[in-house]
Design a protein around this ligand. Structure first.
Ligand code: HEC
Length: 230
């Protein structure tokens, strides 16, 4: 069982959501938008870069509480979409601990709000820069969503890093990078279908290869302590 503690931490996503006090107006807006989560394919799509495969002209800027509230409403549907990929690496994604205290905007993943999960093999991820190299079978997942100026919520892609056996791919330090679209379709995976489309993941993550084994970690202000991440 995963035990969380520390001032930024919360035991589980669901209890954290229960604790978040929502502004009544925003709650009303959420009821309207929660039903509108839909795949990025509904918008004009340019799949050539992570910043462009789904671009919202004037995305709404949410504070941490609002971002959590939106995520509470859409998470189950987002995960259900990703599960369409039938990727065994994320079969139990909804059981994994989350390593950020609230969804935050990731400039490097299309300015979407993102969350970071790690499977039990990757529990050392909670030690962040001190985590060391990940064992084979470690999987890191980053989901994403966007909220438009009008308040519509769109599920974004799921970004995955899976540590493969030594010799899998030198350029990626044996990580397989995978991007799954909101409807579960595969955008690409290292050494598999659409491998070239996810080469840009490696190009960027390579910047921290020497220092942190291609892991960037969660921005400091959003980190949570996970006691059994040692
Ligand atoms: C331009 C740089 C850049 C690109 C391109 C990029 N990432 Fe990242 N990635 C980051 C940064 C920075 C973080 C940590 C901070 C954040 O979430 O924004 C991160 C975090 C992650 C994480 C969480 C594990 C970690 O490193 O802490 C995963 C999983 C991930 N990226 C997968 C991908 C995949 C898959 C792609 C390609 C489809 C990709 N990334 C493309 C910069 C990049």
């Amino acid at each position: 069982m995963w035990v969380h503690s520390g001032k930024n931490s919360a035991p589980t996503l669901s209890t954290r959501y229960q604790e978040s006090l929502l502004c009544p107006l925003f709650t009303a807006a959420l009821i309207l938008v929660a039903l509108q989560v839909s795949s990025a394919q509904a918008q004009s799509v340019d799949l050539t870069s992570p910043d462009q495969h789904f671009t919202v002209q004037q995305p709404r800027v949410l504070d941490a509480k609002e971002a959590l509230a939106v995520y509470q409403n859409v998470r189950a549907r987002m995960f259900s979409g990703y599960s369409g990929a039938r990727n065994p690496a994320i079969a139990d994604l909804d059981q994994w601990p989350v390593y950020n205290s609230a969804p935050y905007r990731s400039a490097t993943h299309g300015q979407r709000y993102v969350n970071n999960y790690a499977n039990p093999m990757a529990r050392a991820y909670g030690r962040y820069e001190a985590s060391g190299p990940m064992p084979v079978g470690a999987v890191l997942a980053k989901d994403s969503f966007t909220v438009t100026g009008k308040g519509d919520v769109f599920a974004g892609a799921l970004f995955l890093m899976e540590k493969m056996p030594a010799g899998f791919n030198q350029a990626s330090h044996d990580w397989a990078y995978t991007m799954i679209m909101p409807d579960g379709s595969l955008f690409g995976t290292t050494k598999g279908d659409g491998s070239k489309r996810v080469a840009f993941c490696i190009t960027c993550h390579e910047a921290v290869a020497e220092k942190h084994h291609q892991m960037f970690f969660v921005p400091e202000e959003y980190r949570v302590e996970v006691l059994n991440s040692q």
